[in-house]
Write a protein that binds this ligand. Structure first.
Ligand SMILES: Nc1ncnc2c1ncn2[C@@H]1O[C@H](COP(=O)(O)OP(=O)(O)O)[C@@H](O)[C@H]1O
Ligand SMILES: [Mg+2]
Length: 342
């Protein structure tokens, strides 16, 4: 449905230039929830603004249902943009208008009658569960409520695509969860394709079917969320996983020579990563019995990505070196990633 081909955007000012987006190509299917994750300055916002041409790429194509937006005349582009809603980190509501009128403002060029607009606004308020705040002003709302108004406004013209640029970054974890739930239900109920830009691993983990990881203006890794995060290939992706769980701490603990990371002679410490199919099998107890090695789990965590578990365990093996090797080989063949920590 959305296809970006070799999109490039450079900002130039007073002699210096910033390559914000470098030759990015992506395909996003109809109805998908697609995450774009990256640290601050990676080029995520610029890329997403190229999708609705708020930023015009200097080269490349932006195809939506096969139409290249970069080639459309201004008037047709304006029509096309109605298909694309957008929400932001700081909500961008109009402070002097009520909730009702903030949403109504989006319908000013809709051609609907007054009654039709009223009906539409009320149904949107119901969708985002804010019927009782209809006459409130933005200053009287919590952050989560403001974002709900912004979502209702973004959906006013029945878009087929919703772009979410750090939509939960200004919210506390609990409110973030509730906004993600709302976005998920909008995706399911209305079939709207969503692009979720974030620097928060939790957001991608919760609702994205697919994810692209950006760094220095380029997409460095992309695929199914579970695939990308269970077999990360790039350091930037690994560091996102570490920010999400406690497991990244193991590297610090080893560096500090913490007592829980001290090994007796003959022991080896491994980080095991396993996903989906391999999760339920009791592989560790199996290899322990079969190859006569002791396996003690010193810590770990299991993330749930959408509905799929991704487990990470720090395990200390002791036994004959040869047996440990065999046990590791067995686990690797079963799809478990093994990384020797110590
Ligand atoms: N309007 C602009 N003018 C000049 N530089 C910009 C502009 N917008 C973004 N940039 C630069 O482009 C790079 C990418 O920014 P941005 O897309 O906002 O990243 P992200 O959203 O991942 O934090 C940054 O180096 C930023 O400073
Ligand atoms: Mg940004």
């Amino acid at each position: 449905m959305i296809e970006l081909k070799h999109v490039t955007k450079t900002f130039s000012s007073s002699g210096s230039s910033v390559h914000a987006v470098k030759d990015v190509s992506l395909s996003i299917a109809d109805g998908e929830v697609f995450g774009i994750i990256g640290f601050s300055g990676a080029g995520k916002s610029t890329l997403v603004r190229c999708i609705n041409l708020l930023e015009r790429p200097e080269s490349g194509e932006v195809l939506i249902d096969g139409t290249d937006l970069t080639k459309l005349p201004e008037k047709e582009l304006r029509e096309f943009r109605k298909k694309i809603g957008m929400i932001f980190q700081h909500f961008n509501l109009m402070p002097s208008r009520t909730v009702y009128n903030n949403i109504g403002f989006a319908l000013r060029h809709s051609g609907l009658s007054k009654e039709e607009k009223d009906k539409k606004i009320l149904s949107l308020l119901e969708l985002v569960d804010l019927q009782d705040k209809k006459d409130a002003y933005p200053s009287q709302l919590s952050g989560g409520q403001k974002q709900r108004v912004a979502i209702a406004r973004a959906l006013a013209n029945d878009p087929r695509i919703l772009l979410c640029d750090e939509a939960t970054s200004a919210l506390d974890p609990q409110t973030t969860k509730s906004i993600l739930k709302l976005l998920e239900s909008v995706n399911k109920k209305l079939g709207i394709t969503m692009i979720i830009i974030t620097h928060q691993m939790e957001v991608v983990k919760d609702i994205c079917d697919k994810v692209a990881v950006m760094e220095h203006g380029s997409v460095v890794e992309e695929g199914e969320t579970i695939e990308v995060f269970s077999h990360p290939r790039k350091p930037v992706t690994k560091s996102f996983i570490e920010t999400a769980g406690s497991i990244g701490k193991i590297y610090d603990l080893i560096a500090e020579d913490s007592p829980i990371t001290r090994l007796a002679p003959g022991q080896k410490m491994y980080l095991l990563t396993y996903s989906t199919d391999t999760t339920r099998e009791a592989i560790i107890s199996y290899v322990s019995r079969t190859y006569d090695v002791d396996a003690s789990v010193s810590f770990g965590n299991v993330e749930v990505l959408k509905d799929k578990p991704l487990g990470k365990l720090v395990v200390i093996f002791s036994g004959e070196e040869e047996n440990i090797e065999k046990a590791l080989k067995y686990m690797q063949d079963a799809g478990i990633e093994t990384e020797e920590l110590k």
